[in-house]
Design a protein around this ligand. Structure first.
Ligand SMILES: C[S@@+](CC[C@H](N)C(=O)[O-])C[C@H]1O[C@@H](n2cnc3c(N)ncnc32)[C@H](O)[C@@H]1O
Length: 533
């Protein structure tokens, strides 16, 4: 997650139309009596939200005849960590108040806090919490702070971005029935680090609205982000309004919201798919007699992986042809004559005395091999590879899935090679089953599923990893007609992606997989917001 203008504290300014929309979302509108409404902006920047809050409060004070300054002092809290932004925040707010005809020196210090929101205590809870929390990638967060945050926040798991903690802390500060609305990255809605936050929200709160505006530019400066407006109420509820757009220009006045069931656990992927991933005709790869694995990690590829010409007489039964991801380009497997040296025999580390050439080679590399963690852990087995090599794997039919291939085709090894660590593989005793599965994994249906469930793509091509492969739900191979199976096998051989998509889409139609399960409703008429790139 990077922003072109991402400064040290993840500062980005929000456009006024978005600010207004978000304040409407939390019902902080001047037509309401805001006299006692407590509102917090936890990452105020220079006051994009705060200025509008002050203006609305002023209008409301006129309408309902209450003490404007007293209401500010009692109910508005603005936090900003960055000192420079904080100075601007304070002066912008005081100027706004002066422009409205009031004495800024009547504003109490407690309204503003130049501090880390995540450590800040408040004397009361809030009816409304709004803002645009900072995006700060996990690896950029200070190590010491990370330790402290870990102790304080249950959602700070995996490689969570800082904004996740802003959600957790803010949710804890919401009064009963209070509303929170943030514009933020959408990544947490489906990725791994968002899991604990999704669970927290699903179990204890009600996510009332999600506006997923992936591409529209809603910040004042050009930013690279995946913005999303989420509104959450501190109550329980069953329906969520959902809107998604890939457009660069959207008019929020005119959004076609869909009503979807509010998620009840951490799995929110059905929000994003236009079909039900739990459909009975879609099942996991491993439920269909396929086995998934990853190739061998040696811990010292320079020592263990050698070209044919570099084997220097090492006993032939100690080497196996190895296939690496860079051999899987173009339309065919292009093996580069590399071999992996196998120090295992019958499932045990071999006795080097039985293989004098191997012994002298490994002895000459002993110093390098001893530096590996695996060798330090068991010095007597200093020449073992990190993963055990099981020669049988070479002879199996294997669908090879390079982690980062940059190639749109998948390849099947018909029993010639051992896969290297950067390759995931799927085995099955029947070659044709693997060809059919290869076709399905190359289809747009699966690409869509992967991208929708938040799997990173490599230049539009999927990245397959064990975890991803286990998550995927694919057509049930036994439900394919003989003619479609044959067509897929033929399409695999001819590399005919067009035909593959036709057959997979036909399966989806036949089994009513692509059924829209959501009810489209009319947009709220009062949303007068335009988001323009
Ligand atoms: C994305 S900007 C939003 C600024 C402003 N609210 C707006 O919408 O234009 C996030 C702000 O959070 C501030 N920030 C970063 N870490 C913070 C923290 N731990 N506590 C409070 N503010 C923080 C940054 O300095 C930055 O001003």
């Amino acid at each position: 997650m990077e922003r072109k203008n991402g400064r040290k504290h993840g500062e980005v300014f929000t456009q006024l139309n978005v600010v207004k929309y978000i304040l409407d979302e939390v019902e902080y509108v001047s037509s309401n009596n805001l006299k006692k409404i407590k509102i917090l902006e936890p990452a105020s920047g220079q006051g994009a939200f705060a200025i509008e809050i002050i203006k609305r409060l002023f209008q409301s004070s006129k309408k309902y005849d209450f003490d404007f300054i007293k209401a500010i002092n009692e109910n508005i809290r603005l936090v900003e960590l960055d000192s420079l932004s904080f100075e601007n925040l304070e002066s912008n707010i005081l100027k706004t108040i002066a422009d409205l005809g009031f004495k800024p020196n009547k504003i109490q210090k407690s309204v503003f806090s130049n501090t880390d929101f995540l450590f800040k205590d408040f004397n009361f809870k809030f009816d409304c919490i709004v803002g645009n929390p900072p995006y700060i990638r996990h690896e950029i967060i200070d190590t010491k702070l990370k330790k402290e945050y870990k102790q304080m926040f249950s959602t700070f798991k995996y490689r969570a971005d800082l904004y996740v903690l802003f959600y957790e802390k803010s949710l804890k500060l919401l009064s009963q029935n209070g509303l929170l609305s943030f514009i933020c990255s959408n990544r947490w809605l489906f990725n791994q680090y968002g899991q604990p936050l999704r669970k927290l929200i699903a179990e204890k709160f009600h996510i009332t609205k999600i506006i997923n505006i992936e591409k529209a530019n809603v910040f004042d400066e050009e930013v690279i982000a995946y913005p999303c407006i989420t509104t959450i109420r501190n109550t329980k509820g069953n329906l969520t309004e959902y809107y998604e757009s890939q457009e660069k220009v959207i008019n929020i006045n005119n959004l076609n919201f869909e009503f979807i069931k509010s998620p009840k656990d951490e799995s929110w992927q059905n929000l994003f798919l236009d079909y039900n991933i739990n459909h009975s005709s879609l099942i996991a790869i491993t439920e269909q007699s396929f086995e998934i694995g990853i190739g061998v990690a040696t811990g010292a590829d320079k020592v263990y992986i050698k070209k044919e010409t570099e084997l220097n007489g090492i006993e032939r039964n100690r080497v196996i042809p190895i296939i690496k991801s860079n051999c899987l380009k173009g339309e065919n497997i292009n093996w580069d004559n590399s071999y992996v040296i196998n120090p295992f025999q019958n499932g045990e580390l071999c006795d080097l005395n039985d293989f004098p050439h191997l012994e002298s080679y490994l002895e000459s590399k002993k110093e390098i091999l001893l530096k590996r963690h695996v060798a330090k852990k068991s010095p007597n087995s200093w020449y073992k590879t990190i993963d055990k090599i099981k020669p049988d794997l070479q002879n199996k039919y294997k669908l090879l899935l390079p982690d980062l291939s940059g190639c749109k085709f998948l390849f099947i090894d018909e029993g010639n090679y051992y896969p290297h660590h950067n390759i995931y593989y799927i085995t099955h005793p029947e070659l044709n089953e693997l060809k059919i599965l290869a076709c399905i994994l190359m289809s747009d249906f699966i690409k869509n599923q992967l991208s929708q469930i938040g799997i990173r793509m490599n230049g539009g091509l999927p990245r397959f990893q064990t975890q991803t492969l286990r998550k995927l739900r694919v057509p049930q191979l036994t439900k394919l007609s003989t003619s479609d199976r044959n067509k897929l096998i033929d399409s695999y051989e001819k590399r005919n992606l067009g035909n593959i998509n036709k057959i997979v889409n036909k399966y989806c139609t036949q089994h009513r997989i692509k059924v829209m399960a959501k009810t489209v409703i009319n947009p709220k008429s009062e949303n007068k917001l335009e988001v323009i790139a």
